[in-house]
Design a protein around this ligand. Structure first.
Ligand code: SF4
Ligand code: ZN
Ligand code: ZN
Length: 313
């Protein structure tokens, strides 16, 4: 992204070139451009309202650490409160979970954000390593279920209005394409910048980076001096190679703006059509009979997983 031009907004030499907007920027103006862009996403999709209490999920990686930093900056002028939470998933290889907690905790302290650590093992009686040993299912799929469930559960218990996650435009574009290719339309239709509260008392899940590219998030995190963790999860090599992600990134490099156009067009045209087509087919969510969180059946998928791991089913 280097460039030798002058910044569009001042006389300094540009150090970042935002190809999607043909915009050369100095470091300071890149930071304000990026923060304003996230603010516009929040306002456009009504993600956060004045007075809201928002819990930010922080894994220690660049996306969630940048999210914590941006939301801290915006919380003052937009009039909302934030706190951070990191799940200790119990991944012992490479000291992954320990490093993840330590990294997030340090960043929250530096930013002056109130912070919580939640141990999955203490809360539910098993951790990811236990589940991987007992259940024949790819580790990342178990991990996704654990994280989704535990974060919603914690945010509900602590009475937050919204739970913010660091999902990016790259994640969204990949999900649109993957769901389209596999025909998973009932999952695709749920992909929105904010999922409305599914049941009373359950916080909305919001994605303030819905329109932010990972390359810009990384630049922002670097310019802000955030000491984020590079990957290093011992289970990462069990995930199938993400060719779709690489394909989309190549398209973006050749044709800047591709991912944004794809996701905006999905929201504007495809999603409304899909929602009305699937109206009668989507099972209504109801409270899980054991834990009370949203479920499409009698027991939610987390409670079923927990039974299998603990042998209580
Ligand atoms: Fe979880 Fe997979 Fe990410 Fe590891 S690589 S933290 S198992 S989703
Ligand atoms: Zn400038
Ligand atoms: Zn349940």
């Amino acid at each position: 992204m280097g460039a030798r031009k002058k910044c569009r907004f001042c006389s300094r030499e540009a150090s970042v070139f935002v190809r999607q907007a043909n915009l050369p920027l100095c470091e300071e103006h890149f930071i304000s451009w990026f923060e304003r862009k996230v603010e516009r996403t929040i306002r456009r999709y009504d993600l956060i309202r004045p007075g809201d209490k928002v819990l930010v999920a922080v894994s220690g990686g660049k996306d969630s650490m940048a999210l914590l930093c941006v939301l801290k900056k915006l919380s003052g002028c937009m009039g909302f409160e934030i706190e951070g939470v990191t799940l200790d998933l119990g991944i012992k290889g490479n000291s992954y979970s320990a490093r993840s907690v330590e990294t997030a905790e340090k960043a929250a302290e530096e930013l002056g954000v109130k912070f919580h650590v939640v141990s999955i093992k203490d809360r539910y009686g098993f951790d990811l390593d236990d589940a991987v040993r007992k259940v024949r299912r790819p580790p990342c799929s178990i991990c996704g279920l654990l994280k989704r469930y535990a974060l919603t559960d914690v945010a509900r218990e602590m009475d937050f209005d919204a739970l913010a996650t660091g999902h990016t435009l790259n994640d969204m574009a990949r999900f649109v394409l993957a769901s389209f290719m596999s025909g998973a339309f009932s999952e695709l239709v749920r992909l929105t910048p904010a999922s409305a509260s599914e049941l009373p008392g359950v916080p909305r899940r919001i994605k303030p980076f819905y329109e932010s590219l990972e390359e810009h998030i990384r630049t922002y995190a670097d310019l802000r001096g955030l000491a984020y963790m590079e990957d290093g999860c011992p289970y990462a090599n069990t995930a199938p190679t993400d060719r779709l992600r690489a394909f989309l990134e190549e398209m973006e490099a050749r044709s800047p703006g591709t991912m944004h156009a794809m996701v905006r067009n999905y929201l504007k045209y495809l999603r409304p059509a899909l929602a009305s087509y699937l109206e009668d087919e989507l099972p209504p969510l109801r409270p899980c009979s054991r834990c009370g969180l949203p479920s499409s059946g009698e027991l939610c998928s987390f409670c079923r997983l927990r039974d299998r791991v603990l042998g209580t089913g």
